[in-house]
Design a binder for this molecule. Structure first.
Ligand code: TSB
Ligand code: ZN
Length: 599
């Protein structure tokens, strides 16, 4: 026990000194920037995960080309061995100081600190209005790099002025800095926005609007494979699939409590001829509840599992939108399980098992469970009913224990209607993002007066479990692109094998082979351009197509295939039937790596 407390303390103090280093680096950057670019106004510059930033208001438009120059000046300042020292000063003195320097943002910050202690921190000739948390001396700042420039609204509010934010990273040692830069490189290579464009999977257009992604033919094909995969699995597990509209009367969402607790994420209602008021749904639950209500259910029909690839719309702030991983129009692999109170545990464990099976099929290993609890102090975000929350949170803990899942608890991450088990997956940079979720809800059944007829003939209230396994098709696709770095396993590849005739003479043979591959259930393509083989191979590799079949005169004469894998391995004299059965088996096994060498 004491050992873990000790370890936690060490971890916290290491975190603090890392933050101090990064925050100090932000001060040094602000000094360098204000010296190099006269007229630049300073705002705030905190430490963040892996680094720091500072927001500037400047007549100069910062670009990546400016960063080396700023870095160079930062190094000079840091090497000057300047101590950081802080002092408390009066409001009036601070105000005079910032007025004299014509720093309006600092004065605005000061105005918000009325009645509070004011401190100034200085190193070299640079002073900042700051709460503190610095290293002792600028000489500690050695292993840093400026990374990027981005726009950021003052105080994060779209109504305010757009500032320029410069991001950097800083570490205690060169090794740590280098390791982080290597991770950033890898993340850049895997970035689903970049690969999504290169591989022609999806696009976002100004004409359509931000957060409204368009799935291109290859992306849509992969999506349809994913949809068929999960729907088949759900059917086998007793889920019934339904289809419901993406609009409903606003009053439905008033009854569900979304209007009260989720309105900030909802688009405003659409009025039609002053009669009907409809709203785009931000969640599918009220529609599924309405399907449950279409008739009276007996306890024998429970658990009643309703599933839908449900399209929904959420107003996400423009600053948080990102490619496919956070969008405004999305389709959730959703289900709502209506069950008896005594079925909660087995149903929850059943969903956790399904999630584990799916993750194993995709080869996900780096994931963890988060038990998302309400913050009992937050009476606005969450439905106020202590007994209900305690009970629901206990049920989910029990289910996690039964499933043998290790988890972390997170206060304030629950849905407004109940606690959740969120399954978090880490990306290359170690950021966790929620993919799957299982949510226990005693609230909506109450709001909608849901009932079933029990053994004793009495009407009783069912419990609801909301669950998403693949997450939204958008977020899942974003995750898969980055997870595989675009190298989709065979069963998920839009094009599985590309046929490359050496010259025009082999085109008829290529076309015949294409037909036979299609008939065998594979997804082939041909490259019939009058290009050199090298160019055709290179293009197929850029498209990250798992297999290539090169057809030269000798292959055609011998009736065998020359096979190339996307990793560069080559095999010649391969019998067509062997090739087809090998690929068919690889698909059936959902193999995440080619097992060609085992043939
Ligand atoms: C599971 N009512 C439940 C449902 O029954 C629900 O909507 N839960 S949710 O709000 O947590 O959303 C489900 C999943 O959708 C999340 O776990 C997350 O993986 C995904 N998701 C949420 N918001 C977005 C978004 N803006 N873009 C892409 N995916 C999202
Ligand atoms: Zn739901």
């Amino acid at each position: 026990m004491s050992a873990t407390v000790g370890a936690a303390k060490v971890e916290a103090s290491a975190r603090e000194s890392l933050d101090a280093l990064r925050h100090s680096c932000a001060h040094v950057m602000a000094q360098a920037v204000t010296e190099l670019f006269p007229g630049t106004k300073i705002t705030i510059g905190p430490a963040i995960e892996n680094g720091f930033y500072y927001d500037f208001d400047s007549p100069h438009h910062f670009t990546l080309e400016d960063l080396p120059k700023i870095e160079k000046r930062m190094r000079q300042i840091a090497e000057g061995n300047h101590p950081f020292f802080g002092r408390e000063i009066s409001h009036e003195e601070a105000r005079r100081y910032w007025q004299k320097r014509e720093e309006p943002f600092k004065i605005e910050i000061l105005d918000g600190l009325k009645g509070q202690k004011i401190t100034h921190y200085t190193h070299d000739v640079f002073t900042d209005l700051c709460r503190g948390g610095h290293c002792d001396n600028t000489k500690a700042i050695r292993h840093f790099k400026l990374l990027s420039v981005a726009g950021a609204y003052w105080r994060g509010d779209e109504k305010n002025k757009m500032l320029q934010r410069i991001y950097g990273t800083a570490w205690p040692s060169k090794q740590e800095l280098d390791a982080h830069l290597a991770r950033l490189e890898e993340a850049k290579k895997r970035d689903h926005r970049k690969l999504g464009a290169e591989l022609e999977l999806f696009t976002v257009s100004e004409n359509i609007g931000p957060g409204l992604a368009l799935w291109l033919p290859k992306g849509a094909l992969i999506r349809s494979i994913l949809e068929r995969y999960i729907v088949d699995m759900e059917r086998a597990l007793g889920y019934q699939h339904i289809n419901t509209p993406q609009l409903a009367r606003t009053k439905l969402y008033k009854q569900s409590g979304h209007w009260e607790h989720f309105k900030d994420n909802m688009y405003p209602p659409i009025r039609f001829e002053d009669k009907e008021e409809l709203v785009l749904r931000p969640m599918n639950c009220p529609h599924h509840i309405t399907v449950y209500q279409h008739k009276l259910h007996s306890y024998r029909e429970l658990p009643y599992r309703l599933a839908e690839l449900g399209t929904m719309y959420r107003y996400e702030r423009s600053g948080v939108l990102s490619g496919l991983s956070r969008v405004r129009a999305m389709t959730l692999n959703d289900a709502h399980i209506f069950c008896l109170p005594e079925q909660i545990q087995s149903e929850t464990v059943g969903v956790l098992k399904l999630i584990a099976q799916v993750y194993s099929d995709f080869g996900f290993k780096d994931y963890w469970y988060r038990l998302s609890l309400r913050d009992p102090k937050d009476k606005v975000k969450y439905v106020d009913n202590d007994g209900m929350w305690d009970n629901a949170q206990r049920c989910l803990r029990q289910a996690l224990d039964e499933a043998g899942a290790k988890y972390e608890e997170a206060l304030g991450e629950a849905a407004y209607y109940g606690p959740k088990i969120d399954v978090q997956l880490n990306d290359v940079l170690g950021h966790g993002e929620t993919l799957s979720t299982v949510q226990l809800d005693f609230y909506l059944p109450e709001r909608f007066g849901l009932e079933y007829v029990d053994k004793d003939g009495h009407r009783k209230r069912p419990v609801m479990i909301h669950r998403g396994v693949l997450s939204t098709m958008e977020r899942m696709m974003a995750f898969l692109i980055e997870h595989y770095a675009g190298n989709f396993p065979l069963w998920l590849s839009a094009v599985q094998v590309k046929i490359l005739p050496l010259t025009d003479e082999q085109i008829p043979a290529a076309e015949a082979l294409h037909k036979r591959f299609s008939a065998a259930g594979l997804r082939p393509a041909m490259d019939l351009r009058p290009e050199k083989l090298g160019a055709k191979v290179r293009d197929a590799q850029l498209e990250k197509i798992p297999y290539m079949v090169v057809l030269g005169p000798r292959d055609v004469a011998a009736g065998t295939l020359s096979v190339r894998l996307r990793d560069g391995r080559q095999f010649s004299g391969v019998a067509e039937s062997d090739f087809i059965s090998k690929l068919t088996q690889e698909c059936a096994e959902k193999a995440t790596t080619a097992r060609w060498e085992q043939v």
